[in-house]
Design a protein around this ligand. Structure first.
Ligand code: NDP
Length: 485
């Protein structure tokens, strides 16, 4: 493999790299060139069994450690990730095709933030004392046990850390299955965690597609499943988990509204719309892909947007001056091209892009449709690519109703100079992760997650602790027990 930090085998199990060539071959394709740059093997039942066995063996002792000791391991891992940020970012770029100008700032760094944050929090995960008159009670915050993480392909390092860090801080073990499209980065996360002192078995990475994920989710020894993926996968995984009464976190898709009022700062609003539609070549779950622009600002918005899109530098993602890379795979680009064709056929006005770039990489121009109406497919379905739909609106009441008219509820944004209106509108938008005069910020200190079909549970912040631990309550009687007979 051409990159500096290649993982040395397909899986990371029980504290070491592990190979089993009996598993189906999964090719690793570099999206910028279409070249096969490596391969991994899907986990066989033997690999899955080894991962589960080692996790169960290690978890009790990990949970029994002093919490600050658990935290120290995570904080050491955060330091190692930051020291190796460039190598990890290059690997992320090979795995996903996202430009290095992004991966240097939002992938391993965001993973390190999660490790540092939850490492710091580990020592403060306490229960409470509950006075009950003469008697009293107390609660103990306990780990769930064995957690399974299933990752999407758009942020493989970040997702591996956002799930692993709170799970480990709370005293759980984790088995993480990356997307088969981006199998490499999570292996480096496992390697670094163990180098930082994590005991063997507590963070295992196994490769494979849906079948391997399904085997993990249905295993009765697994206590919790955290999925980042699409709504259809979420439905299946949630149903399987429910059968075993497992805890779940579901971080799913969206079709989020970004509402731009006439009085917005035009430059800021255009910047927000660009960040919320074209960062990571549009492959971001929380993207504000329904951009509602109030009629008075519409033409100025479209003109300035087109100008700024003309400044995008599309090309080799390893060139740090490039800021728009290829899509993750040929298959994903085909899906997005299908939506572009549907938008045109339904009568939306193509104002920018829409074309594939010549060459072997999976490039597609940033694309903007205007005059989009609420009933069009491109305004209703998640496209998961660089396609922005611009819709017009006149009044605040109208835009709130239309913005909420979706089954999704991941994110929402508002651009306006009127602060009361900003808070009023955000207060009525049905979404989990919202932005005022900004878009797509995801600091570890704030909860992240969706409502409605976009998911269940929250990642990041103290809220994530609720999803990786449970309370034991203990009643303590101080006097005699009075029984009826
Ligand atoms: P998928 O839903 O296709 O896959 C997600 C993960 O689940 C993959 O690892 C996949 O394996 C695995 N999987 C698929 N089927 C099953 C199954 N039956 N049982 C267990 N595991 C299974 O999502 P994508 O990878 O295509 O990612 C894109 C989607 O993720 C978009 O909808 C996007 O909005 C969403 N997403 C949500 C985020 C959030 O935080 N809310 C953040 C990022 C993305 P494999 O792919 O190898 O088959």
């Amino acid at each position: 493999m051409p990159y500096p930090t290649q993982p040395t085998a397909s899986h990371f199990v029980d504290g070491a790299y592990l190979e089993d060539t009996a598993g189906e071959v999964i090719e690793v394709v570099y999206p910028a060139t279409g070249e096969v740059i490596g391969q991994v093997h899907a986990a066989t039942p033997a690999v899955i069994e080894k991962a589960i066995g080692s996790a169960l063996r290690a978890q009790e002792a990990w949970a029994a450690l002093a919490p600050v000791e658990r935290g120290r391991v995570l904080r050491r891992a955060a330091d190692l990730m930051r020291e190796r940020n460039r190598d990890l970012s290059v690997l992320e770029t090979y795995d996903t095709g996202k430009p290095l100008s992004e991966t240097l700032y939002v992938d391993a760094t965001s993973g390190a933030d999660a490790l540092e944050y939850f490492g710091g929090l580990a020592g403060s995960l306490t229960g409470e004392h509950v006075p009950l008159g003469q008697d009293w009670g107390y609660t103990v915050r306990e780990p769930l046990g064995l957690c399974v993480g299933l990752g999407a392909w758009n942020y493989p390092t970040q997702i591996a850390c956002w799930k692993g860090a709170p799970a480990l801080a709370c005293g759980n073990a984790m088995i993480f299955k990356p997307s088969e499209t981006t199998p490499l980065c999570a292996l480096k996360v496992a390697e670094i965690l163990h180098e930082a002192g994590l005991p063997a078995g507590l963070y295992n990475v196994v490769q494979g597609a849906g079948a391997v994920g399904g085997a993990l989710v249905s295993d009765p020894r697994v206590d919790k499943v955290s999925l980042t993926g699409s709504v259809p996968t979420g439905r299946k995984v949630y149903a399987t988990a429910a059968d075993g009464m497992k805890h779940v976190t579901m971080e799913l898709g969206g079709k989020s509204p970004l509402v731009i009022f006439d009085d917005a700062d035009l430059e800021a609003a255009v910047g927000g719309a660009i960040l919320g539609n074209f960062y990571s070549t549009g492959q971001v779950c929380s993207n504000g892909t329904r951009v509602f622009v109030q009629k008075g600002l519409k033409e100025a918005f479209l003109a300035r947007l087109s100008e700024r899109l003309g400044e995008a530098k599309i090309g080799d993602p390893l060139d740090e001056s490039v800021n728009f890379g290829p899509m993750v795979s040929a298959a994903q680009r085909e899906i997005v091209l299908g939506y572009i064709a549907k938008g045109a056929a339904e009568g939306a006005r193509l104002v920018y892009g829409g074309k594939v770039l010549e060459g072997d990489g999976f490039y597609l121009q940033p694309t903007v449709f205007a005059d989009v109406t609420d009933d069009m497919v491109i305004a209703r379905e998640e496209i998961f690519g660089p396609v922005m739909a611009v819709l017009d609106f006149e009044s605040e009441e109208e835009v709130i109703a239309r913005a909420n008219d979706t089954a999704f509820g991941l994110s929402a944004g508002v651009f306006t100079r009127d602060l009361s209106r900003a808070h009023r509108v955000i207060g009525r938008l049905k979404a989990g992760s919202c932005f005022i005069n900004s878009y797509n910020d995801a600091p570890v200190e704030l909860p992240f997650g969706g409502s409605k079909m976009s998911g269940v549970g929250r990642e990041n912040s103290k809220a994530a602790i609720e999803h990786y631990s449970q309370l034991k309550s203990v009643y303590v009687r101080m006097g005699d027990v009075e029984a009826p007979f």
